[in-house]
Write a protein that binds this ligand. Structure first.
Ligand code: FRU
Length: 489
Protein backbone atom coordinates (compact mmCIF):
# COMPACT_ATOMS: atom_id res chain seq x y z
CA UNK A 1 0.00 0.00 0.00
CA UNK A 2 1.24 3.48 -0.89
CA UNK A 3 0.77 5.96 1.90
CA UNK A 4 -0.19 9.50 0.92
CA UNK A 5 1.25 12.47 2.76
CA UNK A 6 -2.17 13.05 4.29
CA UNK A 7 -2.24 9.53 5.72
CA UNK A 8 1.29 9.82 7.04
CA UNK A 9 0.56 13.06 8.85
CA UNK A 10 -2.74 12.03 10.35
CA UNK A 11 -2.83 12.46 14.13
CA UNK A 12 -3.77 9.61 16.43
CA UNK A 13 -5.96 12.10 18.36
CA UNK A 14 -8.20 12.31 15.29
CA UNK A 15 -8.70 8.57 14.97
CA UNK A 16 -11.71 6.82 16.47
CA UNK A 17 -11.44 4.21 19.23
CA UNK A 18 -12.96 1.71 16.84
CA UNK A 19 -10.31 2.28 14.18
CA UNK A 20 -7.51 1.94 16.73
CA UNK A 21 -9.11 -1.19 18.10
CA UNK A 22 -9.21 -2.69 14.60
CA UNK A 23 -5.57 -1.79 14.01
CA UNK A 24 -4.59 -3.48 17.26
CA UNK A 25 -6.51 -6.60 16.37
CA UNK A 26 -4.67 -6.99 13.08
CA UNK A 27 -1.32 -6.51 14.80
CA UNK A 28 -2.10 -9.01 17.56
CA UNK A 29 -2.74 -11.73 15.02
CA UNK A 30 0.75 -11.40 13.57
CA UNK A 31 2.80 -14.58 14.10
CA UNK A 32 5.98 -12.52 14.43
CA UNK A 33 5.01 -10.51 17.52
CA UNK A 34 7.93 -10.49 19.92
CA UNK A 35 7.70 -11.78 23.48
CA UNK A 36 10.53 -10.09 25.40
CA UNK A 37 11.43 -7.14 23.20
CA UNK A 38 9.93 -3.65 23.30
CA UNK A 39 7.63 -3.32 20.30
CA UNK A 40 4.81 -0.95 19.31
CA UNK A 41 1.18 -1.92 19.89
CA UNK A 42 0.48 -0.69 16.37
CA UNK A 43 2.42 1.18 13.71
CA UNK A 44 6.11 1.85 13.46
CA UNK A 45 8.77 2.14 16.15
CA UNK A 46 12.21 3.55 15.45
CA UNK A 47 14.93 5.17 17.58
CA UNK A 48 15.13 4.76 21.36
CA UNK A 49 14.81 8.19 23.02
CA UNK A 50 15.20 9.68 26.50
CA UNK A 51 16.81 6.54 27.97
CA UNK A 52 17.35 7.40 31.64
CA UNK A 53 16.87 6.45 35.27
CA UNK A 54 14.58 8.71 37.24
CA UNK A 55 12.54 8.39 40.40
CA UNK A 56 13.53 4.76 40.97
CA UNK A 57 12.80 3.52 37.45
CA UNK A 58 14.35 3.21 34.03
CA UNK A 59 12.53 5.31 31.46
CA UNK A 60 12.75 4.61 27.80
CA UNK A 61 10.84 6.39 25.06
CA UNK A 62 10.84 5.58 21.39
CA UNK A 63 10.00 7.18 18.06
CA UNK A 64 6.48 6.12 17.15
CA UNK A 65 4.10 6.52 14.25
CA UNK A 66 0.95 4.86 15.58
CA UNK A 67 -1.16 4.43 12.47
CA UNK A 68 0.86 2.12 10.25
CA UNK A 69 4.25 0.64 9.39
CA UNK A 70 5.62 3.81 7.81
CA UNK A 71 7.65 6.84 8.87
CA UNK A 72 4.82 9.30 9.40
CA UNK A 73 4.06 11.86 12.11
CA UNK A 74 6.34 10.89 14.99
CA UNK A 75 5.44 10.81 18.69
CA UNK A 76 7.53 9.80 21.69
CA UNK A 77 6.04 6.68 23.22
CA UNK A 78 6.91 6.12 26.90
CA UNK A 79 7.83 2.80 28.56
CA UNK A 80 9.37 2.22 31.98
CA UNK A 81 10.87 -0.58 34.00
CA UNK A 82 12.33 -1.27 37.43
CA UNK A 83 14.59 -4.07 36.22
CA UNK A 84 15.32 -3.54 32.50
CA UNK A 85 13.40 -6.72 31.69
CA UNK A 86 9.75 -6.11 32.46
CA UNK A 87 8.70 -2.98 30.60
CA UNK A 88 5.42 -1.24 31.21
CA UNK A 89 3.72 0.62 28.38
CA UNK A 90 2.95 4.02 29.86
CA UNK A 91 1.47 5.78 26.81
CA UNK A 92 2.35 8.74 24.64
CA UNK A 93 5.09 10.88 26.20
CA UNK A 94 5.45 13.74 23.72
CA UNK A 95 2.88 14.70 21.09
CA UNK A 96 3.66 16.78 17.99
CA UNK A 97 1.11 19.46 18.87
CA UNK A 98 2.99 22.79 18.75
CA UNK A 99 4.21 25.05 15.95
CA UNK A 100 7.78 23.96 16.74
CA UNK A 101 7.16 20.20 16.47
CA UNK A 102 4.18 20.14 14.10
CA UNK A 103 5.68 17.52 11.76
CA UNK A 104 7.13 15.22 14.35
CA UNK A 105 8.67 15.02 17.81
CA UNK A 106 11.96 13.61 16.58
CA UNK A 107 14.72 11.89 18.51
CA UNK A 108 16.41 13.14 21.64
CA UNK A 109 17.53 12.35 25.16
CA UNK A 110 16.75 12.72 28.86
CA UNK A 111 18.68 13.98 31.89
CA UNK A 112 17.65 14.43 35.51
CA UNK A 113 17.97 17.93 36.94
CA UNK A 114 16.32 19.64 39.91
CA UNK A 115 14.22 16.54 40.60
CA UNK A 116 12.68 16.53 37.14
CA UNK A 117 13.50 14.43 34.11
CA UNK A 118 14.34 16.90 31.35
CA UNK A 119 13.70 15.71 27.83
CA UNK A 120 15.36 17.22 24.76
CA UNK A 121 14.14 16.48 21.28
CA UNK A 122 14.05 17.85 17.76
CA UNK A 123 10.84 19.48 16.69
CA UNK A 124 10.53 18.70 13.02
CA UNK A 125 8.49 21.19 11.03
CA UNK A 126 7.74 21.74 7.37
CA UNK A 127 6.69 24.99 5.73
CA UNK A 128 4.16 25.26 2.88
CA UNK A 129 6.87 24.38 0.37
CA UNK A 130 7.56 21.28 2.46
CA UNK A 131 10.99 22.60 3.42
CA UNK A 132 12.29 21.21 6.69
CA UNK A 133 12.84 23.55 9.65
CA UNK A 134 14.22 21.86 12.75
CA UNK A 135 13.94 23.25 16.29
CA UNK A 136 15.59 21.85 19.40
CA UNK A 137 12.94 21.58 22.09
CA UNK A 138 12.64 20.83 25.78
CA UNK A 139 10.07 19.16 28.00
CA UNK A 140 10.21 17.87 31.57
CA UNK A 141 8.56 15.06 33.43
CA UNK A 142 7.75 15.29 37.13
CA UNK A 143 7.56 12.53 39.73
CA UNK A 144 3.95 11.84 38.83
CA UNK A 145 4.90 11.20 35.22
CA UNK A 146 3.34 14.41 33.95
CA UNK A 147 5.19 15.86 31.00
CA UNK A 148 5.16 19.58 30.13
CA UNK A 149 6.78 21.33 27.21
CA UNK A 150 8.67 24.60 27.19
CA UNK A 151 6.62 27.24 25.34
CA UNK A 152 9.43 28.02 22.93
CA UNK A 153 12.23 26.02 21.38
CA UNK A 154 15.50 26.26 23.28
CA UNK A 155 17.43 26.45 19.99
CA UNK A 156 15.36 28.11 17.29
CA UNK A 157 17.67 28.13 14.29
CA UNK A 158 20.36 26.16 12.53
CA UNK A 159 23.75 27.88 12.84
CA UNK A 160 25.45 29.13 9.72
CA UNK A 161 27.28 26.49 7.72
CA UNK A 162 24.79 23.65 8.25
CA UNK A 163 21.72 22.41 6.40
CA UNK A 164 18.27 21.63 7.81
CA UNK A 165 19.50 18.12 8.68
CA UNK A 166 20.21 19.17 12.23
CA UNK A 167 18.72 16.99 14.93
CA UNK A 168 18.77 14.42 17.76
CA UNK A 169 20.09 16.35 20.81
CA UNK A 170 21.86 14.31 23.47
CA UNK A 171 22.59 16.16 26.70
CA UNK A 172 25.13 15.36 29.40
CA UNK A 173 26.63 17.13 32.39
CA UNK A 174 30.32 17.85 32.89
CA UNK A 175 31.25 19.52 36.17
CA UNK A 176 28.72 22.35 36.48
CA UNK A 177 27.89 22.76 32.80
CA UNK A 178 25.54 20.96 30.46
CA UNK A 179 26.58 20.01 26.95
CA UNK A 180 24.37 19.08 24.03
CA UNK A 181 25.60 17.20 20.98
CA UNK A 182 23.55 17.42 17.76
CA UNK A 183 23.79 15.42 14.53
CA UNK A 184 24.37 17.71 11.56
CA UNK A 185 25.06 18.06 7.89
CA UNK A 186 27.52 20.71 6.68
CA UNK A 187 26.60 22.88 3.73
CA UNK A 188 29.12 20.87 1.70
CA UNK A 189 26.87 17.84 2.39
CA UNK A 190 29.17 15.99 4.76
CA UNK A 191 28.11 14.74 8.17
CA UNK A 192 29.36 15.97 11.53
CA UNK A 193 28.32 16.71 15.11
CA UNK A 194 28.14 20.05 16.87
CA UNK A 195 28.07 20.97 20.54
CA UNK A 196 26.20 23.56 22.60
CA UNK A 197 26.78 24.51 26.21
CA UNK A 198 24.41 25.69 28.94
CA UNK A 199 24.44 26.43 32.65
CA UNK A 200 20.71 26.09 33.19
CA UNK A 201 19.35 23.84 30.39
CA UNK A 202 17.34 26.80 29.05
CA UNK A 203 19.97 28.98 27.41
CA UNK A 204 22.36 27.33 25.01
CA UNK A 205 25.53 28.69 23.40
CA UNK A 206 26.89 27.22 20.19
CA UNK A 207 30.48 25.99 20.67
CA UNK A 208 31.16 24.41 17.27
CA UNK A 209 31.98 21.03 15.80
CA UNK A 210 33.72 18.24 17.61
CA UNK A 211 37.11 18.24 16.00
CA UNK A 212 37.19 14.65 14.67
CA UNK A 213 39.52 13.40 11.97
CA UNK A 214 36.53 12.21 9.94
CA UNK A 215 36.21 15.17 7.61
CA UNK A 216 34.45 13.40 4.79
CA UNK A 217 32.61 10.46 6.29
CA UNK A 218 29.07 10.18 4.95
CA UNK A 219 26.52 12.92 4.27
CA UNK A 220 24.74 13.01 7.63
CA UNK A 221 25.45 11.78 11.17
CA UNK A 222 22.25 10.88 13.00
CA UNK A 223 21.68 10.24 16.68
CA UNK A 224 25.04 11.16 18.22
CA UNK A 225 25.86 10.12 21.76
CA UNK A 226 28.90 11.05 23.83
CA UNK A 227 30.08 9.65 27.15
CA UNK A 228 33.22 8.95 29.12
CA UNK A 229 33.95 5.43 30.21
CA UNK A 230 37.06 4.26 32.05
CA UNK A 231 38.90 7.47 31.04
CA UNK A 232 37.98 7.12 27.39
CA UNK A 233 35.86 9.57 25.45
CA UNK A 234 33.41 7.60 23.32
CA UNK A 235 31.46 9.15 20.46
CA UNK A 236 28.67 7.02 18.99
CA UNK A 237 26.82 8.13 15.87
CA UNK A 238 24.90 6.77 12.90
CA UNK A 239 26.49 7.99 9.68
CA UNK A 240 24.53 7.85 6.43
CA UNK A 241 26.21 7.54 3.06
CA UNK A 242 29.17 5.23 3.69
CA UNK A 243 30.06 2.87 0.84
CA UNK A 244 30.37 -0.86 1.62
CA UNK A 245 33.98 -1.83 2.23
CA UNK A 246 34.85 -5.52 2.54
CA UNK A 247 32.62 -7.00 5.24
CA UNK A 248 31.87 -3.57 6.68
CA UNK A 249 29.08 -1.07 6.00
CA UNK A 250 26.81 -3.59 4.29
CA UNK A 251 23.55 -2.22 5.70
CA UNK A 252 21.74 0.75 4.21
CA UNK A 253 23.06 2.96 7.05
CA UNK A 254 25.64 2.32 9.75
CA UNK A 255 26.02 2.96 13.41
CA UNK A 256 29.29 2.85 15.24
CA UNK A 257 31.80 4.66 17.40
CA UNK A 258 35.18 6.22 17.76
CA UNK A 259 37.16 6.08 21.02
CA UNK A 260 39.82 8.49 22.24
CA UNK A 261 40.88 10.74 25.05
CA UNK A 262 37.96 12.54 26.66
CA UNK A 263 36.93 15.44 24.42
CA UNK A 264 38.58 18.65 25.58
CA UNK A 265 35.84 21.05 26.72
CA UNK A 266 35.11 23.64 25.60
CA UNK A 267 37.75 23.53 22.79
CA UNK A 268 36.26 20.27 21.38
CA UNK A 269 39.63 18.86 20.41
CA UNK A 270 39.39 15.08 20.09
CA UNK A 271 42.08 12.53 19.20
CA UNK A 272 40.44 9.22 18.45
CA UNK A 273 40.62 5.73 16.95
CA UNK A 274 39.16 4.66 13.63
CA UNK A 275 35.39 4.14 13.28
CA UNK A 276 34.05 0.70 14.26
CA UNK A 277 30.56 -0.60 13.70
CA UNK A 278 28.74 -1.48 16.91
CA UNK A 279 26.91 -4.44 15.46
CA UNK A 280 27.98 -6.70 12.62
CA UNK A 281 24.51 -8.04 11.87
CA UNK A 282 21.66 -6.73 9.76
CA UNK A 283 19.26 -4.68 11.84
CA UNK A 284 20.77 -2.21 14.24
CA UNK A 285 20.59 1.58 14.17
CA UNK A 286 20.44 4.81 16.17
CA UNK A 287 21.41 3.41 19.59
CA UNK A 288 21.27 5.47 22.76
CA UNK A 289 23.12 5.03 26.04
CA UNK A 290 22.73 6.15 29.66
CA UNK A 291 24.58 5.69 32.94
CA UNK A 292 22.54 3.95 35.57
CA UNK A 293 22.77 4.48 39.36
CA UNK A 294 25.24 1.60 39.73
CA UNK A 295 27.58 3.31 37.25
CA UNK A 296 26.94 0.96 34.35
CA UNK A 297 26.87 2.39 30.82
CA UNK A 298 23.82 0.82 29.17
CA UNK A 299 22.85 1.00 25.51
CA UNK A 300 19.74 0.08 23.53
CA UNK A 301 19.38 0.25 19.76
CA UNK A 302 16.61 0.22 17.21
CA UNK A 303 16.45 -3.29 15.75
CA UNK A 304 15.61 -2.00 12.31
CA UNK A 305 16.71 0.34 9.57
CA UNK A 306 15.14 3.19 7.65
CA UNK A 307 13.82 2.82 4.11
CA UNK A 308 13.45 -0.97 4.18
CA UNK A 309 10.22 -2.98 3.99
CA UNK A 310 9.82 -5.65 6.66
CA UNK A 311 7.43 -8.63 6.54
CA UNK A 312 5.46 -7.35 9.54
CA UNK A 313 4.39 -4.32 7.46
CA UNK A 314 1.58 -6.56 6.16
CA UNK A 315 0.39 -6.88 9.75
CA UNK A 316 0.27 -3.16 10.52
CA UNK A 317 3.43 -2.79 12.57
CA UNK A 318 7.20 -2.59 12.23
CA UNK A 319 10.31 -2.95 14.39
CA UNK A 320 11.36 -3.41 17.98
CA UNK A 321 14.23 -2.33 20.23
CA UNK A 322 17.23 -4.50 21.10
CA UNK A 323 17.76 -5.89 24.57
CA UNK A 324 19.85 -3.56 26.77
CA UNK A 325 23.62 -4.03 26.54
CA UNK A 326 26.24 -3.10 29.11
CA UNK A 327 29.30 -1.38 27.63
CA UNK A 328 32.96 -1.38 28.57
CA UNK A 329 36.13 -0.44 26.69
CA UNK A 330 39.04 -2.78 25.97
CA UNK A 331 41.97 -1.78 23.73
CA UNK A 332 40.03 1.11 22.23
CA UNK A 333 37.11 -1.15 21.36
CA UNK A 334 33.69 -1.32 22.89
CA UNK A 335 32.72 -4.61 24.52
CA UNK A 336 28.96 -5.18 24.72
CA UNK A 337 27.33 -7.67 27.07
CA UNK A 338 23.67 -8.41 27.59
CA UNK A 339 22.62 -6.87 30.91
CA UNK A 340 22.64 -9.34 33.76
CA UNK A 341 18.96 -8.68 34.39
CA UNK A 342 18.10 -10.68 31.28
CA UNK A 343 18.48 -13.70 33.56
CA UNK A 344 15.11 -12.70 35.08
CA UNK A 345 13.53 -14.15 31.95
CA UNK A 346 15.07 -17.58 32.40
CA UNK A 347 12.64 -20.47 32.80
CA UNK A 348 13.21 -24.18 32.09
CA UNK A 349 16.89 -24.98 31.67
CA UNK A 350 18.45 -27.66 29.45
CA UNK A 351 22.06 -28.59 28.92
CA UNK A 352 23.77 -30.68 26.27
CA UNK A 353 27.39 -31.48 25.55
CA UNK A 354 29.46 -33.84 23.50
CA UNK A 355 31.82 -34.19 20.58
CA UNK A 356 30.62 -33.31 17.11
CA UNK A 357 32.69 -34.97 14.42
CA UNK A 358 31.98 -33.79 10.88
CA UNK A 359 28.30 -33.94 11.75
CA UNK A 360 25.09 -31.99 12.34
CA UNK A 361 23.54 -32.76 15.71
CA UNK A 362 20.22 -32.04 17.32
CA UNK A 363 19.12 -33.15 20.78
CA UNK A 364 15.75 -34.38 22.04
CA UNK A 365 13.44 -31.49 23.06
CA UNK A 366 16.29 -29.03 22.65
CA UNK A 367 14.38 -26.51 20.54
CA UNK A 368 12.13 -23.47 20.73
CA UNK A 369 11.13 -20.09 19.37
CA UNK A 370 11.96 -17.88 22.38
CA UNK A 371 15.01 -18.65 24.45
CA UNK A 372 18.49 -17.75 25.60
CA UNK A 373 21.23 -20.10 24.42
CA UNK A 374 24.91 -20.17 25.28
CA UNK A 375 26.98 -22.55 23.18
CA UNK A 376 30.72 -22.96 23.39
CA UNK A 377 32.97 -24.78 20.99
CA UNK A 378 36.24 -26.07 22.47
CA UNK A 379 39.12 -28.06 20.94
CA UNK A 380 38.20 -26.96 17.45
CA UNK A 381 39.77 -29.20 14.78
CA UNK A 382 37.24 -28.48 12.06
CA UNK A 383 36.91 -26.02 9.20
CA UNK A 384 33.77 -24.55 10.69
CA UNK A 385 31.65 -24.88 13.82
CA UNK A 386 28.29 -23.36 14.56
CA UNK A 387 24.63 -23.47 15.37
CA UNK A 388 21.50 -23.36 13.24
CA UNK A 389 18.37 -22.05 14.93
CA UNK A 390 14.70 -21.77 13.98
CA UNK A 391 15.21 -24.83 11.77
CA UNK A 392 12.22 -26.21 9.90
CA UNK A 393 11.62 -28.13 6.74
CA UNK A 394 13.05 -25.42 4.50
CA UNK A 395 14.31 -22.94 7.03
CA UNK A 396 17.33 -22.29 9.19
CA UNK A 397 19.31 -19.34 10.52
CA UNK A 398 23.01 -20.01 10.80
CA UNK A 399 25.63 -18.56 13.14
CA UNK A 400 29.07 -20.04 12.63
CA UNK A 401 32.78 -19.58 13.04
CA UNK A 402 34.66 -20.16 9.80
CA UNK A 403 38.00 -21.35 11.07
CA UNK A 404 39.67 -21.09 7.67
CA UNK A 405 38.71 -17.52 6.82
CA UNK A 406 38.69 -16.55 10.53
CA UNK A 407 35.26 -14.99 10.37
CA UNK A 408 32.02 -15.17 12.26
CA UNK A 409 29.18 -15.59 9.78
CA UNK A 410 25.47 -14.85 10.23
CA UNK A 411 23.49 -16.33 7.36
CA UNK A 412 19.79 -15.55 7.08
CA UNK A 413 19.39 -16.55 3.44
CA UNK A 414 17.08 -19.42 4.50
CA UNK A 415 15.60 -17.85 7.62
CA UNK A 416 12.01 -17.61 6.38
CA UNK A 417 10.18 -14.80 4.67
CA UNK A 418 12.85 -12.93 2.69
CA UNK A 419 13.32 -9.16 2.93
CA UNK A 420 16.03 -6.53 2.36
CA UNK A 421 17.72 -8.99 0.02
CA UNK A 422 19.11 -6.12 -2.00
CA UNK A 423 21.62 -5.67 0.82
CA UNK A 424 22.58 -9.35 0.96
CA UNK A 425 21.59 -12.17 3.30
CA UNK A 426 24.96 -12.85 4.90
CA UNK A 427 26.94 -10.73 7.32
CA UNK A 428 30.40 -11.58 8.55
CA UNK A 429 33.20 -10.08 10.60
CA UNK A 430 36.84 -10.91 11.33
CA UNK A 431 37.40 -12.99 14.40
CA UNK A 432 39.99 -15.34 15.78
CA UNK A 433 39.92 -17.39 18.99
CA UNK A 434 40.64 -20.91 20.23
CA UNK A 435 37.33 -21.19 22.06
CA UNK A 436 34.22 -19.73 20.49
CA UNK A 437 31.21 -18.75 22.55
CA UNK A 438 27.91 -17.76 20.99
CA UNK A 439 25.40 -16.22 23.39
CA UNK A 440 22.04 -15.99 21.65
CA UNK A 441 18.78 -14.28 22.51
CA UNK A 442 16.12 -15.69 20.26
CA UNK A 443 12.64 -14.18 20.03
CA UNK A 444 9.80 -14.92 17.60
CA UNK A 445 11.32 -12.76 14.87
CA UNK A 446 14.86 -11.87 15.89
CA UNK A 447 18.19 -13.09 17.11
CA UNK A 448 20.91 -11.19 18.95
CA UNK A 449 24.27 -12.94 19.15
CA UNK A 450 27.01 -11.92 21.58
CA UNK A 451 30.32 -13.49 20.59
CA UNK A 452 33.02 -14.34 23.16
CA UNK A 453 31.53 -12.19 25.90
CA UNK A 454 30.71 -9.20 23.80
CA UNK A 455 33.80 -8.87 21.58
CA UNK A 456 31.40 -8.80 18.65
CA UNK A 457 27.62 -8.57 18.39
CA UNK A 458 25.40 -9.53 15.49
CA UNK A 459 21.72 -8.70 15.44
CA UNK A 460 19.09 -9.55 12.89
CA UNK A 461 15.37 -9.80 12.37
CA UNK A 462 14.23 -13.13 10.91
CA UNK A 463 10.74 -14.17 9.86
CA UNK A 464 10.50 -17.96 10.07
CA UNK A 465 7.47 -20.18 10.22
CA UNK A 466 6.07 -20.61 13.76
CA UNK A 467 6.82 -24.34 13.49
CA UNK A 468 10.46 -23.81 12.65
CA UNK A 469 11.84 -24.35 16.13
CA UNK A 470 14.78 -26.74 15.61
CA UNK A 471 18.28 -26.20 16.98
CA UNK A 472 21.25 -27.93 15.34
CA UNK A 473 24.95 -27.83 16.13
CA UNK A 474 27.58 -28.67 13.56
CA UNK A 475 31.29 -29.16 12.94
CA UNK A 476 32.52 -29.53 9.39
CA UNK A 477 35.60 -31.42 8.18
CA UNK A 478 36.72 -32.42 11.64
CA UNK A 479 35.61 -32.26 15.22
CA UNK A 480 34.96 -30.01 18.15
CA UNK A 481 33.62 -30.30 21.68
CA UNK A 482 30.29 -28.60 22.37
CA UNK A 483 28.93 -27.27 25.66
CA UNK A 484 25.49 -25.76 25.40
CA UNK A 485 22.92 -24.45 27.86
CA UNK A 486 19.56 -23.04 27.05
CA UNK A 487 16.78 -21.36 29.00
CA UNK A 488 13.25 -21.05 27.78
CA UNK A 489 12.01 -17.44 27.88
C1 FRU B 1 17.06 8.17 12.87
C2 FRU B 1 16.13 9.35 12.63
C3 FRU B 1 16.56 10.55 13.45
C4 FRU B 1 15.28 11.33 13.59
C5 FRU B 1 14.27 10.23 13.73
C6 FRU B 1 12.92 10.52 13.16
O1 FRU B 1 16.44 6.96 12.60
O2 FRU B 1 16.09 9.68 11.26
O3 FRU B 1 17.62 11.29 12.89
O4 FRU B 1 15.28 12.18 14.69
O5 FRU B 1 14.81 9.10 13.08
O6 FRU B 1 12.02 9.52 13.49
Amino acid sequence: MEWTREQRYRKIEEVSEQELHNLKKIVQQCPWRQTFHIQPETGLLNDPNGFSFYNGEYHLFYQWFPLGPVHGLKYWYHTKSKDLTNWENVGIGIRPDQFFDSHGAYSGSGIEHDEQLYLFYTGNTRNLDWERLPYQCMAWMDRHGEINKANEPIIDHVPEGYTDHFRDPKVWKDNDAFYMIIGAQRENLTGTVVVYRSNDLNHWTFLGEIDTQLENFGYMWECPDYFELENNGVLIFSPQGLEPSGDAFRNIYQSGYIVGNPIALPSLNYQHSEFHELDHGFDFYAPQSMEDPSGRRLMIGWMGLPEIDYPTDQHGWAHCLTIPRELSVKNNKIIQKPVKEMENHRKAKQEVHGIIDNDIKSYADFNGTTYELICEFHDIFASEVGVAIRCGENEETIIKYDVVSKKIVFDRSRSGQPFAEKYGSIRQCDFSADIVKFHLFVDRSSVEVFINDGERVMTGRIFPDQDSNGVQFFAKNGKSRLEAVKWEY
